[in-house]
Structures are given as C-alpha cells and as structure tokens.
Design a protein around this ligand. Structure first.
Ligand code: FAD
Length: 416
C-alpha cells in the first residue's frame, strides 16, 4: 500500500477501514539467504537496502525485543555530516544525502527536519580546529559555514554570549544538519523491507551461532534454529555479548548514554545547538519539549538506565550556554547502551569466520549513520566487498596502525 495525501482523504471518507498493518508478523522459516541479527535502525536499513538495491529478499531480521526498543527509539534524533577525518566525512555525507531523499524513497513520513546544527566556538584554538573541519566538510561535498557572534545572535539571542568562563566567539554552522523522528525511521525501513519480502521476526533472541568447519551456517534463537548462508550482526550496545557467542572479543566497551526532555514550551530553539567547551546538545521537538543530552556515564554497563552525576553534569552544561533553561522543568529521561569503540569509529566488515559479518562500534553517533550504514552493510553482504565510503571501517585497522580517531582521544572508549 502506498501512502499519499489522496489515500488519507479516501480512507477518511470510508471509515479508515483500508489501512493494513505496517509489517507482517511471520514465523521464522528454517532457512534464509541472510539472517540479520538486531532489528534496530541499522539492521532494518540493511534489510531494506539488501532487498531494494541488491535484490536479496530471502532475508530475516531477528530482534530479541520489539522494533524500536533499542537505541533507534532512544536517541536525541540529531543528524549531521560535520566530520573531519577522511575515513569518516564521505561516509557521513553519504548518509546525509540518503536522509535527504529518504521519505520519498521509502514512502513514509520520518519528519526529516533540516533546521541546521550550530557548534559553538569558545576559544581561538577551537576556531582554528573548526575552520579546518569546515574545509574538510567542503572537500567531501558537504556544506559548512563559520559564523561570527552577530550571525549567531540573529538565530539564538538567548545564548549567554559573555559568559566569563565560556564566552561565545563564533560557531560552525551546517545548514543541512537537523533532526529526524527516530522511531519513524525504524517503522519506515521495516515497512519498506517487509513489503519487499523480508521477514521481520520480533521477540526472537539469538542465543548462539552454528559454526561448522570455521564457517557460520546459521543461528540458534529462542524460537529455534535458523540456517543461513550469511549472518549479519548489528546489535549496537550488545555487540560484545553477542559476538562472544561466536568466540570473538571486540575492541568495544558498552556504556550507558542518557537523554532528557523538558516540559513543552513555545518555539525557542531554531535548530540543534552544541556547547563547545563541555558536552551538551539540544534541539526542540515539534511538541515543544527541549530534547537534550551530554556525556555517557563513565562506567561499563549493559543496563539501560543511568546515574544522577551525569544528570547534574548535563544540566550544568546547558546552564553554561543558555541560563534560561534553568526555568524549564525536566519531564523525563532515559538511557541506552552504547557500543563505544577504541577509536570512536565504527566497523562494517566480514569477520575471520566465513559467513559471519559484523556492524557496530557506533559509539553515541550511530543514528545519523543509519541510512549509510544499512546501505554499505547491504553492499558488503551482497558483493563481499566493502563499499567505497566504508572501506576504512575494517576490524583489522588497529593491527595495521590505522585507527580513525576523530576526537584525538586515543584508546579511551569512554571519551569518544
Ligand atoms: C540517549 C541516546 C542519544 C543518542 N543520540 C544520538 C544522536 O542524537 N545522533 C546520533 O547520530 N546518534 C545518537 N545516538 C546513538 C544511536 O542511537 C545509536 O548509535 C544507533 O541507534 C545504534 O544502532 P541501532 O539503531 O541499530 O541500535 P539498536 O536500536 O539498539 O538496535 C540493536 C538491536 O539489537 C537487538 N539485539 C541485541 N541482542 C540481540 C540478540 N541476541 N538477538 C536479537 N536481537 C538482539 C536489540 O534488542 C536492539 O533492538 C544516541 C543514543 C542514545 C542511547
């Protein structure tokens, strides 16, 4: 069924009886060409592009909970392509281009809103670093601008420009950045994949891999064994636990990241704003709530709930740049488990086990990558060759001395 304004109109006239479920609820078949483990954004987009771009439709996505129960339904919805390094920037720009055409492509309203992202600058060295980043962005075809104080003041007069510790000196501005409704992304990809024949199997946990003579030939699940020619893992915060079942130890730690929403208020924040001297990012939802977040909780955990010290830290970050936030009441907060890699960059690669593929290590920036990650992972699964823009995301990059350390933090996963 195609969604359109005409369809809404005719359904309205006929009692809304013609709408169909957005995806089927099939039982698992005994065998598939590809089994994708994890029905988050990356798993669903992989299934969608496998079917749509590469004609591989005998595919199952197995999800231990319900679609959208993981980080795809927990993130702060920010999308951008303002990266610096050669290994990252073209990939995130590909993702941005896919976001721009996504709603037409999968015929679903994902509320893609390119309201711009403003990275504040608080010192001269930071201005130099952002100027370099802005140039790197342009080299990959992305848009970037450096704003002075007056340029920012026009957009955000409420910021504390003359804060004694963190005066605002300028900003890196990407107009094409913004927000996308996260759970609609999962639903849109699920619907697009399902309509092309992909089986989406919820409440089906992968409990082990069938490894025969060094090759992966299927998975054990809570709903029985499923054979497959290829098994593609993308379980985000559960990466280390799931890959351990195949005997693999990953360069990944899991940490919790919290997000916050204030009570609803009149439109005040034009796009996304990030604090340059601490870690705080904020946007405003269509309902009026300020949606914001900051650093991860520093300890390793698989629990989807955070601790109070980070709440205080995030709120202090917000107060430092926009003191008016102190008068808003916090409505709710939640946590998600992040797969933090040693250099802060992801993996999309085959493993040393034939037929077993891995996608993960997205740290806390994987939502914006959802379309490109699915596209490149589908390319790898269909052709057994890495996609050009994801060719640096190999598991062996540390052995080759080629980490992609976007933040320059070294092997400190909690700092990326
Ligand atoms: C609070 C918060 C804010 C964030 N903000 C942003 C942001 O603003 N911008 C941005 O780009 N990124 C952001 N992120 C990061 C982003 O959400 C993640 O990097 C991305 O969603 C991870 O990929 P995914 O969608 O596939 O993960 P998930 O949705 O977590 O999907 C993984 C799935 O695997 C399933 N699974 C796990 N184990 C098994 C198993 N054994 N068998 C079957 N299924 C299994 C899980 O149930 C889960 O549904 C944020 C994350 C959080 C938590």
């Amino acid at each position: 069924m195609r969604y359109s304004a005409f369809r809404i109109f005719t359904e309205g006239l006929t009692g809304n009886k013609g709408w169909k479920p957005v995806w089927r609820e099939p039982d698992p078949k005994p065998e598939y060409d590809v089994v994708i483990v994890g029905g988050g954004g990356h798993g669903l987009s992989t299934a969608y592009y496998l079917a749509k771009e590469f004609g591989v439709t005998n595919v199952a996505v197995v999800e231990k909970g319900w679609l959208g129960s993981g980080n795809i339904g927990r993130n702060t919805t920010i999308v951008r392509s303002n990266y610096l390094l050669e290994g990252n920037q073209p990939f995130y720009e590909l993702s941005m281009k896919l976001w721009e055409g996504l709603e037409q492509d999968f015929n679903y309203n994902a509320m893609v809103s390119q309201r711009g992202i403003l990275n504040l600058i608080h010192s001269d060295p930071q201005r130099d670093a952002f100027a370099r980043r802005a140039n790197a962005m342009r080299l990959s075809g992305a848009d970037s601008e450096l704003l002075d104080r007056d340029g920012i003041r026009k957009m955000c007069p409420f910021l504390d420009f003359d804060n004694a510790r963190f005066p605002i000196q300028g900003a890196l501005w990407q107009r094409r950045g913004g927000t996308v409704r996260h759970d609609a992304v999962a639903w849109g990809y699920a619907r697009g994949a399902d309509s092309r024949g992909v089986d989406i199997i919820q409440n089906c946990e992968v409990t082990g891999f069938q490894i025969e003579n060094g090759a992966c030939r299927g998975v054990e699940t809570s709903r029985g064994a499923i054979r497959a020619r290829k098994v593609a893992v993308c379980v985000a915060g559960s990466s280390s636990r799931v890959m351990a079942k195949a005997g693999m130890r990953l360069p990944i730690e899991s940490h919790v990241l919290q997000a916050f929403v204030s009570e609803g208020m009149k439109p005040v924040i034009p796009g996304v704003i990030t604090f340059g001297a601490g870690h705080f990012y904020v946007s405003q939802s269509d309902k009026g709530g300020l949606v914001f977040g900051g650093d991860i909780d520093g300890y390793n955990t698989y629990a989807q709930r955070g601790n109070l010290p980070v709440v205080e830290d995030v709120c202090e970050g917000g107060m430092a740049i926009m003191p008016m936030i102190g008068r808003a009441r916090l409505l709710r907060m939640w946590g998600g488990v992040m797969d933090m890699s040693m250099d802060g960059s992801p993996f999309i690669d085959r493993t040393h086990i034939d037929g077993l593929y891995f996608n993960g290590g997205w740290c806390y920036g994987g939502f914006k990558a959802t379309p490109a990650s699915g596209y490149c992972y589908a390319h790898l699964l269909a052709t057994d060759r890495p996609h050009e823009t994801a060719k640096h995301y190999r598991l062996g990059r540390f052995r080759r001395g080629a980490p992609i350390d976007e933040k320059g933090q070294g092997a400190q996963p909690n700092l990326h």
